[in-house]
Design a binder for this molecule. Structure first.
Ligand SMILES: Nc1ncnc2c1ncn2[C@@H]1O[C@H](COP(=O)(O)OP(=O)(O)OP(=O)(O)O)[C@@H](O)[C@H]1O
Length: 391
């Protein structure tokens, strides 16, 4: 028997088939779309040589895709784990316009029209619009911490930074990633387990955005309809402070969105917060509750709480909104002043993750679990069941 013939099989003696390799690729998700690359038309070719070497051709969605290293590594390790594979090489190519259009249509579930998925009758995503009267009361800090805590609890969470003038959410979540665009679909970056999109990702440098109402409405519509959110349990919208146009836009675009009001304990802040919240009466939206932020500073020496911004603001807003709306509006929690919360925001690591047992971390996590535990009601929703006729 000749001894110089190359082995006809791979490392383990069994030659892998193309189907084996494809099955392994089915476990590789696109890092931005979070779906298997096999479902997205990203596998261009699979070639298995007689010595177990496998060559995989992969289509990237766009030229210079920021995720190409991750995709290559994931493909390589998934295929290398197939029994009989001796070596893996990955060839990258880029989708044609036609392929991208097809992908965008797949992601929309075959629909060409853009629509806001969260406004559809069957949507099970809870949408919370986080509002405040005054600026600087900690609305964005509360939003990112609730989002990170909900994601850490295993929920699928998205955040829209709709605070057009003061967009700070990406920094607070520690990302400066730019979203990838596939045709007119935008892939949101993921940070701290949360999908996030912000106007700041579309402006050069730190340029301020000077948009008026109609532009704001269009930006929000794009964020809701053109961003590929996938199946979310919770979407949080960080609104600009005040009772501006964007709150009305939210009501028009996602009528089922519930309002979460953030205030400080201060009398003046509470009055403005109540005005911001009472817009819900005009837009027929539900107020899920009030969060009181900066509620006292624990003395670093004796632990006694110093009421820097007064007391009772959260209760006052909740009572006022209960009277105005005629429905019980609860105080969901009180968050103390905590240097770690501010540092977490500056460092891009929300305090609920960096120091979950700190007083602010505990308060925020408790508010998040009350929001996450709320059942998604089925009233008025399509169950997608077609009754069968009588036989
Ligand atoms: N409980 C807290 N303890 C310590 N610092 C806090 C707390 N809440 C918020 N901060 C800090 O206060 C500042 C303002 O907070 P943030 O940006 O979240 O407010 P905002 O209401 O979203 O402001 P705007 O809407 O005007 O952008 C930030 O530096 C933040 O880190």
């Amino acid at each position: 028997m000749a001894t110089d013939i190359p082995p006809a099989t791979g490392a383990t003696g069994t030659l892998p088939t193309e189907d084996d390799v494809r099955a392994a690729l089915r476990r590789v998700n696109d890092p931005e779309i979070h779906r298997p690359i096999t479902d997205l038309g990203m596998v261009k070719s699979i070639a298995v040589a007689t010595d177990g070497r496998v060559e995989v051709g992969i289509y990237l969605t766009v030229q210079g895709c920021p995720m190409r290293e991750t995709i290559t590594t994931d493909v390589r390790s998934a295929v290398a784990a197939v029994p009989g594979v001796s070596e893996v090489s990955v060839e990258l190519d880029v989708m044609s316009d036609e392929q991208r259009k097809e992908l965008a249509s797949t992601l929309r579930g075959g629909q060409a029209e853009r629509e806001v998925p969260f406004a559809k009758p069957g949507s099970l995503t809870r949408v919370y619009a986080v509002a405040s009267g005054k600026g600087g009361v900690g609305k964005s800090s509360v939003t990112v911490n609730l989002a990170a805590a909900l994601a850490a609890d295993g929920l699928k969470v998205g955040v829209v930074d709709a605070d057009i003038y003061g967009h700070s959410v990406p920094r607070m979540l520690g990302t400066d990633a730019r979203p990838t665009q596939v045709e007119n679909m935008i892939m949101p970056p993921t940070a701290q387990g949360v999908k996030v999109i912000s106007i700041g990702m579309f402006t050069p440098g730190n340029a301020p955005v000077v948009w008026r109402g109609p532009m704001l409405h269009r930006a929000l519509q794009q964020f809701l309809a053109d961003v590929y959110w996938g199946d979310l349990d919770v979407l949080l919208l960080d609104l600009p402070p005040g009772t501006g146009d964007i709150a009305i836009s939210v009501a028009q675009l996602v009528p089922g969105a519930e309002i979460l009001v953030v205030t400080t304990p201060q009398q003046a802040a509470a009055e403005v917060a109540e005005r911001a919240g009472s817009i819900a009466v005009q837009t027929h939206q539900k107020i899920v509750g009030v969060v009181e932020n900066m509620a006292g500073l624990p003395c670093p020496h004796c632990g006694e709480l110093v009421d820097v911004f007064g007391t009772g603001g959260g209760e006052r807003v909740a009572e006022g909104l209960t009277r105005t709306t005629g429905a019980k509006v609860p105080v969901l929690g009180s968050i103390p002043i905590d240097v770690r919360l501010r540092e977490g925001g500056d460092d891009g690591r929300p305090v609920v993750l960096s120091d979950p047992e700190s007083p602010a971390g505990v308060a925020l996590r408790s508010i998040a679990s009350s929001l996450g535990a709320r059942q998604r009601g089925l009233a008025g929703m399509s169950l997608g069941i077609t009754p069968r006729g009588k036989f």
